[in-house]
Design a protein around this ligand. Structure first.
Ligand SMILES: [Zn+2]
Length: 642
């Protein structure tokens, strides 16, 4: 396992030796089973993931730091150097993008080593340090006056929430926004290697403590009624990195008992609650477990994960309708245009990373993979790298994407991070074991073992993965290859052309211990077959899957309009027309065998003659590919009348 990250001065440069990825961080008291690799140790090879990462990198470079810093300077009394961006950046939540942007730049720099990103980090941190001095009390961010004054008033004991998103007077989630700023600065320090970011971050953390330390327990819990992001998570992480007790105390202050206690007691009180408000509270408890070792926090995080993944998630791995959890048995009445907010899945993947580090279970990795392909990858628009807010599951509907400079929704912020960290969960390690967890083309350099592994495949279009050892020492390394629970049979292996007898039952990790030699080539074959999953509470409504991907019906092109594909408002296309969706006249028991793969197509299945009149034939394609198309995920099946 990684211990607390050592940061040292070397040749006058701050380096981040053995920097751990913050979402799969492992410092402190708890027993951690497996560790992830630094983003720098994993280079993506060509695949849809690398293409998404490159597209996103271009967008990061197109954004102008001076525009994101507009409010930061303005409200510190300094002259802005760029015009304010539109959308949410010109509203009360302004500044959340600046924080996400710092994290995205830091991850992109860590993953690529590209100095253009480091230059931006350095510039922004310098600007923020100047603004922090001008603000005078330790604060830094980009909050408009109402939001900033609402936080500053906490120091005088003024705590007045109006509803889950606003304080009285209309201040919009100021702690949520500050959590992004603080996390961005932490990442600029830890991943970006910027020493000044450490000072700015810790000064801001001190301020966050200072304005809340005088509140009574009751006042604090009242304050926490308003969405506050992952404040507990970033503060406990700062405690782990600095040992400063003040951050431990401040982190525990942000534990929201009204939500955490029912979960601790094993009760599912999630229906009706705003999903993305809650998930970061659990990630905070998870990080807290790692740092402080309180077993109750672990049980809480594991129980929450089981509930959300097992009961509250759509087939694509996302959750929620209109941003809220609902009673799982009513899922079929929630197939709306506002399903599956992408921030939720961004946060669920963070949580999954923690759980996997504690206990490397196939179940966790399978969920990570499902959500990664069908929600995260699918959320990026292929022309300009824009972002979905909701992933509409309304029958026959389509995806709506952000504009480059006039949306800046929460999901744009978390979205720009998503595509900078595809390397975070492909490989894990413990002792002499290397987990090959995701089948994403990449090269891993396991520095401590002098072991370099190259992974190539066109998965999930094909079902073979080639693992080639590029460098190895004489010491044995055990490869542990995930055999997904959904596999249609045991995964099989050929080593240097010869079959290898290894147990590869679905839902397990196959183990291959060997003194690997340079040039060793292991080919993994994962049996795939079409399968279905029913919607909870509605067994006659099913979705199709093939390997890790959901297959959705391709129902034709969506015409371009003023709000399609790019919309300023996330709700702009809620009322836009959907394509007609046929009922499939097939017996649910035999449907998977009734569909045939379309010859000559990379991955498509045809439901031939099965649709209701006028739409007899339906083509199913991988859900991540269905950009600018009307699509359908859940189908109503009716056995044909005889
Ligand atoms: Zn969001």
């Amino acid at each position: 396992m990684h211990l607390q990250t050592p940061h040292g001065l070397l040749g006058g440069l701050i380096i981040t030796a053995a920097t751990m990825f913050p979402s799969i961080a492992v410092a402190g008291a708890a027993q951690i089973d497996v560790a992830g690799f630094d983003l720098a140790d994993v280079r993506l090879l060509d695949s849809p993931f690398r293409q998404a990462s490159e597209r996103n990198a271009q967008y990061l470079l197109k954004l102008e730091p001076d525009r994101l810093l507009h409010n930061t300077r303005k409200y510190a009394g300094l002259e802005p150097k760029g015009a304010l961006y539109g959308g949410w950046e010109s509203q009360g939540i302004a500044g959340h993008t600046l924080g996400h942007y710092l994290t995205a730049l830091s991850q992109q720099f860590a993953a690529s080593g590209d100095k253009r990103f480091r230059k931006r980090i350095d510039y922004i941190v310098t600007e923020m340090a100047e603004a922090q001095r001008a603000y005078g009390d330790g604060y830094v961010g980009a909050l408009p006056p109402l939001e900033l004054e609402t936080l500053r008033a906490l120091k005088d004991g003024r705590v007045a929430p109006e509803n889950p998103f606003f304080f009285e007077g209309g201040a919009w989630v100021p702690w949520y926004t500050q959590h992004k700023i603080l996390t961005g600065l932490r990442d600029a320090w830890v991943l970006g290697g910027n020493a000044q970011a450490k000072e700015v971050a810790l000064t801001l953390a001190d301020w966050s403590d200072e304005i809340t330390v005088g509140l009574s327990e009751g006042q604090v819990q009242t304050m926490l009624q308003v969405e506050h992001g992952g404040m507990s998570e970033v503060l406990i992480d700062l405690y782990a990195r600095t040992g400063n007790e003040r951050y431990r105390e401040a982190s525990l202050r942000f534990h929201h008992h009204a939500v955490l206690e029912p979960l601790r007691a094993g009760r599912d009180e999630l229906p009706g609650k705003h999903a993305n408000t809650q998930i970061p509270k659990i990630t905070g408890a998870a990080r807290s477990y790692e740092v402080l070792g309180e077993p109750g926090d672990r049980a809480l995080a594991e129980g929450f994960w089981q509930r959300v993944v097992g009961r509250h998630s759509w087939v694509i791995g996302g959750n929620s309708d209109g941003e809220h959890f609902f009673s799982p048995e009513t899922a079929s009445s929630h197939l709306s245009a506002a399903t599956a907010e992408s921030c939720n899945t961004y946060n669920m993947l963070k949580l999954t990373g923690h759980l996997f580090a504690w206990q490397p279970r196939v179940e966790y990795a399978d969920y990570y993979e499902r959500a990664l392909y069908n929600h995260i990858l699918a959320s990026q628009e292929p022309e300009q790298g824009m972002f979905t807010y909701f992933m509409s599951l309304k029958p026959g509907h389509f995806r709506t994407y952000s504009t480059p400079s006039d949306s800046f929704w929460c999901c744009v912020g978390s979205g720009m991070e998503n595509h900078t960290k595809y390397g975070e969960a492909i490989y894990f390690h413990r002792a002499d074991e290397l987990f090959v967890n995701l089948f994403v083309p990449s090269v891993l350099t396991w520095k401590a073992k002098n072991f370099v592994l190259e992974q190539r495949s066109d998965y999930p279009y094909g079902n073979q993965i080639e693992l080639t050892v590029k460098s190895s020492t004489a010491r044995p390394v055990t490869l542990r290859v995930r055999s997904p629970q959904w596999a249609a049979g045991p995964i099989t292996f050929r080593l240097n052309g010869r079959p290898l007898a290894v147990d590869g039952d679905p839902g397990s990790y196959a183990s291959i211990e060997r003194r690997w030699r340079k040039g060793d080539r292991l080919v993994v074959t994962i049996p795939m077959a079409l399968r279905t999953e029913a919607l909870r509470g509605a067994p006659e409504q099913i979705a199709f899957l093939y390997g890790p991907v959901v297959l959705a019906g391709d129902l034709g092109a969506v015409p371009r309009t003023a709000t399609f594909p790019y919309a300023r408002d996330q709700g702009d296309n809620f009322e836009a027309g959907s394509a007609d969706v046929p009922t499939l006249l097939v017996d649910p028991a035999t449907i998977a065998e009734s569909l045939r793969r379309v010859p000559g197509d990379r991955l498509a299945f045809l439901a031939e003659g099965m649709g209701t009149e006028g739409q007899e034939n339906v083509t199913l394609r991988p859900f991540p590919e269905l950009h600018y198309r009307h699509y359908n995920v859940y189908w109503t099946l009716t056995p044909p009348s005889r």
